[in-house]
Design a protein around this ligand. Structure first.
Ligand code: SF4
Ligand code: SF4
Length: 274
């Protein structure tokens, strides 16, 4: 089964996958497993690379993860495609797919499955793609020999902390700030302006030596067509206003509504707040 799962993922541009026994995972949402009829079993963790050449655009004003269409759509299509194949190959077993809203602590399971390690910025990192991956898992009731490894952490160089433009002990992470609904106060407006990003913030990831090495070696770039098609690295308020509701709904920044990212773009385009 491990070979089949790994092969199905590899054929779709996902080279990093590994199984881990469900009993070794920290289960956060047991009802998701119950709903799938899965008690004991195995989770195949996998890391989906999403960084495209458009993310290197010096004019990029949104986080790299938002340059492509919403990754939830990728996962939905992926699971629609491969879960029926697995059910056909292994009719005696149950299968379910998850990302984000997952039964388990995904990052921890991915590290213990051997896919990567934790960075000081609390992000999950891989050698090949750094932190520019989305995690997902295929869960089955098949019990395989898939023991968990140790939790691994980065070397703690501190480059991420040094690159962070805010003091996180007193101010909010800019990624969260750009996603905040409603009006921003003066300090928040100044922070968005100084930072120059309309959605998210990648500075700690960009400064990380693991990212620099993955860029230097070229491994960081995804080969998955979904992420390469319709990539938009620089947004303007005008382009956002002109976007149809359907096109907007395909973007990762749509989940907070059009007004939030439009507010940020208008602030950045207007310059100094009044
Ligand atoms: S995303 Fe930006 S603001 Fe948030 S911790 Fe990283 S560098 Fe700091
Ligand atoms: S910048 Fe250094 S400390 Fe921060 S996550 Fe990367 S390796 Fe770890």
């Amino acid at each position: 089964m491990q070979h089949t799962v790994s092969q199905l993922l590899r054929e779709r541009g996902i080279a990093l996958s590994a199984p881990i026994a469900l009993k070794e995972c920290r289960i956060l949402r047991p009802y998701l497993l119950e709903r799938s009829g899965i008690g004991d079993g195995t989770a195949f963790l996998f890391a989906v690379p999403y960084y495209t050449t458009e993310c290197d655009d010096p004019a990029r004003n949104i986080s790299a993860y938002a340059v492509s269409r919403d990754y939830h759509r990728f996962f939905a299509a992926l699971f629609d495609e491969i879960l029926p194949i697995l059910r056909e190959h292994f009719p005696q077993n149950k299968f379910a797919g998850f990302t984000d809203h997952s039964p388990m602590a995904e990052g921890e399971a991915a590290v213990r499955a051997g896919l990567g390690f934790f960075g000081c910025n609390h992000l999950f990192l891989t050698e090949a793609y750094s932190s520019y991956v989305f995690l997902g898992e295929i869960v089955t009731d098949a019990v395989l020999n898939a023991p968990a490894g140790e939790i691994k952490v980065c070397k703690g160089c501190g480059a991420c902390r040094a690159a962070c433009p805010v003091d996180l002990t007193v101010a909010e992470c800019l990624s969260a700030l750009t996603q905040k609904k409603g009006d921003l106060n003066e300090a928040e407006r100044q922070a968005v302006l100084a930072h120059g990003c309309a959605w998210g913030c990648d500075r700690c990831q960009e400064a990380c030596p693991v990212t620099l090495q993955a860029k230097k070696s070229g491994t960081i770039y995804t080969t998955i067509p979904f992420f390469k098609e319709q990539a938009v690295s620089h947004l303007t308020a005008e382009a956002l206003r002109a976007m149809s509701d359907e096109a907007f709904a395909e973007r990762a920044y749509s989940w907070r509504g059009r007004a939030v990212i439009l507010r940020n773009l208008e602030l950045l385009e207007k310059g100094e707040p009044t």
